[in-house]
Design a protein around this ligand. Structure first.
Ligand code: ATP
Ligand code: MG
Length: 406
């Protein structure tokens, strides 16, 4: 294993927790070698509300991923998202240090530090300071100023902050799972690793991630993330609408959505009939599939129109890469077509690229964030080799896991 890099990623979504172990070989090929999922129990809208249950869910997902990969997972690259995330664009200026005015990486670091020094309320933790572009003296639009000459270096940076309480509770939960944090990564950034190419990020592209309770929007252009936002609606709202509209239970509404749902009324035949069990479970009724889709379509339209509003806030001229849809919510047939009607841009369902092998049951857009976290972990040092010297510890965990199963 000495030549291989292994990292573990943890996506704590509003409906499910997904852990992946990814491996990069000497040629830079990436494989998912372990995976585990668990329902997001103990969390509400991505925030820990029951520590014990959260610890159990994370332990199950991470334990399974470790088992499958034959490694002990003791550190993870973890994703963070949610309504508590805020992002602002900030500006930093410094005077160049060297007498010959050559800009060094230390100047760049100082400029980024200056951008970070904006007034951040005490109840917020900075999780990312992402440089967007630099200006040297009065020349703007510079991607990499190192080696250039100038007396003043400026940077535009995107600063992402999280609620201190929420982020620290997450850390505590991971600590309780005996997991160290390699990186804490905004989920939008992880998605850019798994779904986008550098050319698309340069040309301008939007990622819309429709999850369970939340929809995350991120706008990229000129090579960097420019705007990130969260809409407090997701595919679970659709399920709840179905349960109310058809007077059935949430579980049955979810099954109906998955088996017979569509985001567009025009996608289904009015003569297609479906059987709906009532909330008590004692009676059944037969309805047309168009009744189901006429409940789904307006809610999906609402989610997408809120996403459109957020994209406008980014003040982007032209986003020629269009809109890339991801998340479990996008799996409803007709979602891409509906989005095409609402966005003034080309729309496509995302596809995980840059990973050479993904197990069949992880090949869904539900797992695009976890795949992106693996890539982020592999591309950003420190990469920790989980495999080396951990076999004994792993066997102990394995024995414990086995004894729990039987
Ligand atoms: N095949 C499918 N067809 C339609 N909807 C689906 C399908 N599979 C999953 N979903 C829906 O996707 C939602 C979950 O999506 P996802 O797994 O991306 O969310 P999450 O990552 O847990 O949440 P979030 O990203 O909001 O934190 C659920 O509401 C589920 O009903
Ligand atoms: Mg998600």
């Amino acid at each position: 294993m000495a030549d291989e890099h292994l990292v573990a990623a943890l996506d704590i979504g509003t409906t499910k927790i997904c852990a992946l172990v990814g491996e990069m070989d000497k040629e830079g090929r990436v494989y998912i070698v372990g995976h585990g999922t668990a329902p997001a129990e103990g969390l509400r809208r991505g925030v820990v509300v029951d520590m014990e249950k959260t610890v159990r869910s994370i332990t199950k997902a991470v334990g399974d991923a470790g088992m499958v990969s034959g490694t002990e997972v003791d550190c993870v690259t973890v994703g963070i998202a949610g309504e508590h995330i805020r992002s602002i664009n900030s500006h930093g200026v410094i005077a160049v240090n060297r007498s010959d005015n050559e800009i060094t990486d230390s100047d760049v670091r100082k400029a980024i530090e200056a951008a970070r020094a904006v007034a951040i309320p005490v109840d917020r933790d900075i999780i990312h300071v992402i440089p967007q572009e630099f200006a040297v003296d009065d020349q703007p639009g510079i991607k990499d100023p190192i080696g250039m000459s100038g007396v003043r270096l400026e940077v535009e940076a995107h600063i992402v902050t999280a609620s201190v309480t929420t982020a620290r509770t997450l850390y505590r939960a991971l600590e309780r799972c005996q997991l160290e944090v390699d990186h804490i990564v905004l989920e939008s950034l992880a998605l850019s690793e798994s779904l986008l190419t550098a050319d698309e990020i340069e040309a301008g592209v939007v990622v819309v991630d429709i999850g369970g309770d939340l929809t995350n929007i991120s706008v990229f252009f000129d090579g960097a993330v420019r705007h990130t936002a969260v809409v407090s609606l997701g595919s679970r709202n659709i399920t709840n609408d179905i349960a109310i509209g058809l007077r059935t239970t949430v579980d049955r509404a979810e099954t109906l959505k998955l088996t017979s749902g569509a985001a567009l009324r025009s996608h289904v035949n009015a003569n297609d009939m479906i059987v709906v069990p009532t909330a008590g479970g004692t009676q059944e009724k037969e309805i047309s599939r168009t009744v189901l889709t006429s409940i789904i379509e307006p809610r999906m339209e609402e989610i997408l129109s809120l996403a459109v509003r957020e994209i406008r806030k980014a003040n982007a001229d032209a986003l020629t890469g269009g809109v890339v849809l991801t998340g479990g919510g996008v799996l409803l047939p007709g979602t891409t077509e509906l989005a095409e009607q609402m966005f003034d841009m080309p729309v496509r369902a995302g596809q995980v690229t840059n990973i050479d092998h993904i197990p069949d049951d992880m090949m869904s857009l539900r797992f695009a964030t976890a795949c992106g976290l693996v890539l982020y972990g592999l591309h950003n040092e420190p990469v920790r080799n989980l495999g080396a010297g951990k076999v004994r510890g792993f066997m102990k965990k394995f024995e414990k896991w086995i004894s729990k199963q039987f």
